[in-house]
Every structure is written in C-alpha cells, then in structure tokens.
Design a protein around this ligand. Structure first.
Ligand code: HAM
Length: 418
C-alpha cells in the first residue's frame, strides 16, 4: 500500500463539513467587508518568497519546498500567500485603477516543518489583504474581522495579541539595543540564534527553543523604542479596538516569523492547541509592494490557520451532518427503473434523494435508509405499482401516507423540498 507523505494528510468527507462551514462563514464575512477572492498559483519563482519573507527566517532557511524545474529555474511551492498576492497586484498593475484593493485567498500552503499536533507540511490558510491604505484603521478592521469570525464560529477562547515592530526609522535603534543585550548571551542561545544574532537579532525573539525564550524574557522591548508616528499608529489601533469592544492583549515579544512586517502586528492565540498557540497572524507590511517592484503602496493583512481553526471548531460546535432527505426503497427491477427517474428528478429539483441498486429486501433497504440518516423513505413494490401509489414513511414520527404516482415528484418537492 502506498502511504501519503509525512506531514501531509487527507481531509475525509466525514470531516469536511467543518471546513466548508468555516470557509463559507469567512468568505461571506470578508465579502461583506468588501474583500474579493483572488486565486494565485501554488508555485512561484523562489525569489518571490526569498526576497519578501527574508533570508534569515526559518521558512526561507529550511522550510521551503524548492526545486529546479527541467530548465533549471528555481521554483517553490508557496509557503504563504502574501508575497504571491503582492506579486500579482504588482504584475497586473492593479494599483493603477485604484490603489485600494482588498483580496482574500483560501488554499493550501507548504512548509517543511517538523510535523506535530496542529502543524502540517501542507496546511491551509484563509488570507485577507488590504492594499493602499496607510491608516492604522485598516489594521483595526482586520483584527475586528478575526475577532468577529471567531465569535461567529463560537470559538471564544482565542485572544488577539498585538504589538508594533516599528518602522525603518525607529527599528535600527531597537535592533542595536537588542544586539547589545544578546552580545554576551551566546551560551544561553541555540545554534540558530547564535548565528542569527548578528544579522537579524529580532528573529531570536521568535525562537521556540525554551532556553532562548528564557533568555529574551528580560530583553529590551520594541515598544519602548517606537518613533512618534509608530507610537501614534499603535495608540490609534488600541483606541479603536476599545471603541469597537474587541478584546486584545499587548504582547511586546510578538515579532512574527516573517521579515516583511512593520508597525502593527498581531496574532490570534489560544491555549487549546498545545504548543501551536497561533490560530491566525498578520500585520502591516508597508515596504513589500515597493520591494517587489511595485509603487510605494502600504499594505496590511492576516492569515488564519484553517487546520488549527477546524480542529477547535470540530471540538466545539456540533454541525448537523447533511442528511439524505429521501431514501427510495424500490423492490424489483420494474419498480427500481421507475424510482430511478424520480430520484434523478428530485436531485435536479434540489431535494437530496438516493436509492439502492442492489435489489435487497425491504428490511435491509430500511436498515440502509436508517444508516444513511434519511428522514423519509419512499416504499415502492409491485403492490404499490399496481395500485399506482407509493408509501411515504416519515422516519422520525414513523407515520406513513400513501401518495398517488401521478404528480409524485412535484408533490414531494412541495412537501419536503428545499
Ligand atoms: P504565519 O504566521 O506564518 O503568517 O501563518 C499564519 C497562520 O497559519 C498561523 O497562525 C497558523 O495558524 C497557520 N500555520 C502556519 N504554519 C502552519 C503549519 N505548518 N501547519 C498548520 N498551520 C500553520 C503568514 O503566513 C502571513 N502570510 C500572514 C499574513 C498575511 N500577514 C500579512 N498578510
């Protein structure tokens, strides 16, 4: 037997309802807020990601599925969607008609991480991105969206953590202070952090190794180094989250695992998933559009980890499995042939109906109807055929009525229809 690849998985029909429910709830909320769906490719030239996510990040250093295609061009399976969406915004000059654009993307991402609970090598995200709005109110809108979505999904133990990562004007001073703090801490850091400390000390704050976490607990906080504009932006975010009644925590250690962020960043965190506490993450990435060859347009966005959210929602909310509305128990070939036409017509009318084709006894067909959770069964044997009727049994109340064959489908649609 051939098994699937480690860290990859099948999402089977029994589990898919939760996924569909989340995707539909999210898409309809995002569309209410003016976001439009865009579909971007699963693969891009490696530089799209390497240049935006950052060479010193875990993703680019060791987690990308990168290979040379037959012509030797380096190609990467997308580890995230933001860089691709920026590439598309720039390539199609979408800013030309109106720089303000709001997009959402739902789909799989690929990172070669160590698989564990809540962490896969192919995982799914719901991304939302806003281009062309420099105001921090766009960040507020995104955090409101996340908090509203979680509330609609009845997930209540998730909380927004927010921080500011400063901007190119104020971050260098912080970097310097952090480098100085880390300068004599090599012994307490993991080998990755020792290496990164010089080039990109902020990455050390994001390290998951317990010794590193302990070491940075007393490190200087970026919030103490913000310039006046960054400070004002961050204050505005808090003010409007308060006005909208969105709960949040200020988390001065939140740095995110990608390098393109500036100013406000945020994560939705939960204690429900063990070590994988982030169900969503995002923030402002004002320099990225320009960096990827576009105009100097600001941008901000988030991505929700759908695998993680589905796990929480599945444990929370009981979503009614879709039932087969009508099971047709037809006995003998003649009855079956006639019943097949009703089933097709019912399906075409939007009524879920099915039948069994293996010519079993009425008893075993009733068992099957029960197993399939049908709420009605149509019983049709030679006797009924002769009398030009069919028996409709309500499986809940056990009531039975007989219906004339003439006009049967219309009658059923009227009684049970969508
Ligand atoms: P990220 O924090 O790397 O951000 O990923 C966002 C979410 O995807 C995480 O909070 C987590 O729930 C989920 N996730 C990440 N890796 C895995 C994995 N291996 N298995 C399961 N779930 C995972 C980004 O990707 C940014 N592009 C978000 C963004 C959009 N920023 C601005 N716009």
């Amino acid at each position: 037997m051939i098994q699937l690849i480690r860290g990859f998985r099948d999402i089977l029909p029994d589990d898919i309802q939760v996924w569909q429910y989340i995707e539909q709830t999210a898409a309809s909320l995002l569309e209410d807020f003016g976001f439009r769906e865009i579909r971007i490719p699963m693969m891009e030239r490696t530089e799209v990601f390497a240049r935006s996510i950052g060479e010193d990040t875990d993703i680019v250093e060791k987690e990308m599925y990168t290979f040379a295609d037959r012509k030797g061009e380096l190609i990467t399976l997308r580890p995230e969607a933001t860089a691709s969406i920026v590439r598309s915004y720039v390539q199609h000059k979408m800013y030309a008609s109106d720089p303000v654009q709001k997009f959402y993307v739902i789909g799989p991402m690929f990172r070669r991480e160590r698989p564990q609970k809540g962490r896969f090598r192919q995982f799914y995200q719901i991304n939302a991105e806003i281009f062309g709005v420099a105001s921090p109110l766009a960040d507020v809108e995104l955090i409101l969206l996340l908090s509203t979505l979680f509330a609609r999904l009845e997930v209540d133990d998730v909380e927004a953590h927010i921080n500011s990562l400063g901007c190119p004007a104020c971050r260098p001073a912080y970097r310097k202070a952090l480098s100085e703090f880390l300068a004599d801490k090599d012994k307490a850091l993991c080998s990755d952090c020792r290496r990164r400390r010089g080039r990109n000390p902020l990455r050390v704050l994001d390290c998951k190794v317990p010794a590193c976490r302990e070491t940075v607990a007393t490190a200087p906080a970026i919030l103490d180094f913000l310039c006046a504009e960054c400070r004002q932006d961050f204050d505005t975010v808090q003010l409007f989250l308060d006005k909208l009644g969105v709960p949040y925590q200020i988390d001065k250690r939140l740095v995110r695992g990608l390098d393109y962020y500036a100013r406000t960043t945020f994560e939705m965190q939960t204690g429900l998933l063990g070590a994988q506490s982030a169900v969503a993450g995002g923030g402002r990435y004002d320099g990225l559009v320009k960096q990827l060859g576009g105009p100097d347009q600001p941008a901000t966005g988030f991505a929700i980890g759908l695998d993680r959210l589905a796990e929480i929602v599945a444990g929370r909310k009981s979503i009614e499995p879709r039932k087969s509305a009508i099971f047709v128990a037809a006995l003998g070939e003649k009855c079956q042939n006639e019943a097949f036409l009703w089933v097709c017509r019912l399906n075409l009318e939007g009524v879920e109906a099915e039948m069994d084709f293996s010519d079993r006894s009425l008893k075993s067909q009733m068992k099957l109807a029960h197993k399939r959770k049908a709420d009605h069964v149509l019983i049709f044997g030679d006797d009924e055929r002769r009398q030009k009727i069919v028996i409709l049994r309500n499986m809940k109340t056990k009531e039975q009525v007989s219906l004339p064959l003439k006009g049967l489908v219309d009658k059923l649609v009227e009684m049970i229809g969508p």
